[in-house]
Design a protein around this ligand. Structure first.
Ligand SMILES: [Zn+2]
Length: 221
């Protein structure tokens, strides 16, 4: 286990006991998980800066290593509460931005969610269940990153993504039925995805980059 207070130079704060607190905090995770966090934050920077957000000023987390069973106990999980950019933009899972009444806010949340899904499986978000209404959980389980139709986490993400970028009107129920399949095929086509995101990690990662780019830019597809 290693100790860190920033990821690749970007500070990670803790707001659960004191919102707005910018005191450096020591977090722990495994070296392998930290290495993946570095790739993740670099994805986050590049995909958001392309939309004019500036740099990622800071991140806020509810925890990485936590003394409990499972991925957190293994030091291979992150709970993401908040992202702030130098351009003033924020994405706040902490404030339930997946359920915001503002479409651009929901799309930005989906962009952050998509960036997490490029590097981690499982990713559990506000659509997954009420326990994740105030953070995005990302861990090392279930790798590599492919889109699994039988995973309710993946299916709910796809359904929410289709609804927010294409007005698909899908039930976000985590069940991959014919309507979800049809919407997903349309999304793939509009994002110019060739190949199979269900079997190829590189294809799925590329599709997620497309979702993130449109999400940060608040652009339908
Ligand atoms: Zn978690």
């Amino acid at each position: 286990m290693i100790t860190f207070s920033s990821i690749d130079g970007t500070p990670v704060y803790y707001w659960r006991s004191n919102r707005g607190n910018t005191t450096p905090r020591n977090w722990q995770c495994t070296q392998a998980f930290y290495d993946k966090l570095v790739l993740w934050v670099r994805d986050l920077r590049s995909l958001s800066s392309a939309a004019g957000y500036g740099s990622v000023t800071y991140l806020v987390s509810a925890g990485f290593y936590v003394n409990k069973p499972g991925e957190h106990g293994a030091g291979t999980a992150m709970d993401l509460d908040y992202v702030r950019w130098s351009g003033g933009q924020v994405s706040a899972p902490l404030d339930g931005h997946h359920a915001s009444g503002t479409q651009s806010t929901r799309r930005r949340y989906l962009a952050v969610d998509a960036v997490c899904r490029r590097r981690f499986r499982y990713v559990l978000d506000g659509w997954y269940n009420s326990a994740h209404a105030d953070h995005i959980h990302a861990d090392f389980g279930g790798l590599p990153t492919i889109c699994v139709k039988g995973s309710s986490s993946d299916a709910k993400f796809v359904q929410a993504m289709c609804n927010n970028f294409m007005n698909s009107g899908l039930a976000v129920d985590g069940v991959w039925g014919s309507l979800t399949q049809s919407a997903f095929n349309t999304a793939k086509s509009r994002l110019g995805v060739t190949g199979d995101p269900h079997t190829s990690s590189s294809v799925w990662m590329g599709m997620l980059s497309g979702v993130a780019a449109d999400g940060f830019a608040n652009r339908a597809f």
